[in-house]
Design a protein around this ligand. Structure first.
Ligand code: G3I
Length: 334
């Protein structure tokens, strides 16, 4: 019985969800966070563009609202994310290589220092691989990579470690979960990056697997478990950091889509939780009322209920969906 985190904790695991401060005024939503979550992560308030909108002017107020909510409700915290090419502040582009390296170092240092002792795991780098670029190292041609060269990756981990000696440090990525060619190449890229970080002596302890699943895409438990075992063999633990299911590609009646999404989540979690190195599961939000996937969809998709993505464990009226039961039973069976 009990909420999702209680069931996870009974197996030595943890469950939580991403939260954005702008939703904290919804009593029914926040009751579900308190009932189900033992872990919390800021949906966007701890990203560089939000923390330092102007060079040297750091703003922690919004993120601190989430930190104190977590503290009040005895939830652990994930830090997301120190470096990500989609959340770098615009003023960076006016700096030269030396200026960029200094700005990156002071951002990582100041942020890790600010919440030292409060953050269990930091996503130090998010989404740095892109096999489609054809580079042998599979690295995404981000602005930071072009400006600083690949050494910025281990450097970021060293700076974070120096600022917070206790937080686990993670590399976080997406698009590696399914049994298709794209995901298989991305898994290879992630393994290459993790091995390169380890060879460079970077203090990386965790792989963050985002888990943005696509209903309709194949999922192969044995190949997924083999990948997780390879990551564990590098001495890393694994955290599922942004689980949700996009059903937009499967126009069907809502009940059918909910059942398909729940089945996929159950199969994914059964295979994932079988890996002893897996420590926690976080969904990217709790309710279909607020999902990033809606933000991305074209207006006509938002209108036609038949194509709404319905990605999360609760529906818009905060009723538990089959996905809630799928997560609960995956923990019970772990
Ligand atoms: O709330 C502010 C508003 O005050 C401001 O006026 C407006 C214009 O700047 O921005 C608003 O913030 C938006 C924020 O979401 C809150 O709605 C940002 O523009 C928008 O970029 C941000 O999108 C987030 C996105 O990451 C980029 O940070 C999504 O909520 C969030 O779900 C998404 O999450 C990412 C993970 O971090 C990494 N993995 C993929 C995942 C989905 O894209």
């Amino acid at each position: 019985g009990g909420g999702l985190h209680a069931r996870a904790a009974a197996k030595g695991l943890a469950f939580g969800a991403a939260l954005a401060t702008r939703h904290m005024g919804e009593p029914d939503l926040m009751a579900a966070y308190r009932a189900d979550c033992g872990l919390l992560v800021a949906e966007y308030e701890m990203k560089w563009s939000q923390l330092e909108p102007e060079a040297g002017q750091r703003r922690f107020r919004l993120a601190d609202q989430l930190v104190s909510f977590a503290r009040r409700n005895r939830m652990a915290l994930r830090g997301h994310t120190l470096l990500w090419h989609e959340s770098e502040p615009r003023w960076l582009s006016s700096l030269d290589a030396r200026g960029t390296a200094a700005a990156m170092a002071s951002h990582v240092d100041a942020t890790a220092l600010r919440w030292r002792g409060a953050i269990g795991t930091w996503d130090v780098v998010n989404e740095a691989v892109a096999p489609e670029h054809g580079r042998p190292d599979f690295l995404r041609r981000t602005w930071l990579l072009n400006r600083l060269g690949p050494d910025y990756l281990p450097q970021a981990f060293h700076i974070a470690r120096a600022a917070d000696p206790d937080a686990r440090l993670a590399y976080n990525d997406f698009g590696i979960e399914h049994a298709n060619l794209w995901s298989r190449r991305r898994r290879l890229g992630v393994l290459n990056l993790l091995q390169a970080l380890r060879r460079a002596g970077a203090p990386v302890q965790v792989l963050g697997v985002q888990g943005h699943l696509q209903a309709g895409q194949p999922f192969e438990a044995s190949e997924w478990r083999a990948f997780l075992a390879e990551v564990a063999a590098l001495g890393l633990t694994i955290e599922i950091t942004e689980l949700d299911v996009n059903c937009a590609a499967l126009p069907a009646a809502a009940a059918r889509r909910d059942a398909l999404a729940a089945d996929l989540v159950r199969r994914f979690l059964d295979a994932t939780l079988a890996e002893p190195a897996v420590r926690s599961v976080i969904t990217w939000g709790l309710s279909d009322r607020h999902s990033w996937i809606q933000q991305g969809l074209l207006a006509e998709h938002r209108r036609s209920d038949n194509a709404r993505p319905r990605p999360l464990p609760y529906d818009e009226a905060m009723r538990r969906k089959p996905m809630w039961a799928a997560i609960a039973s995956a923990f019970d069976a772990a």
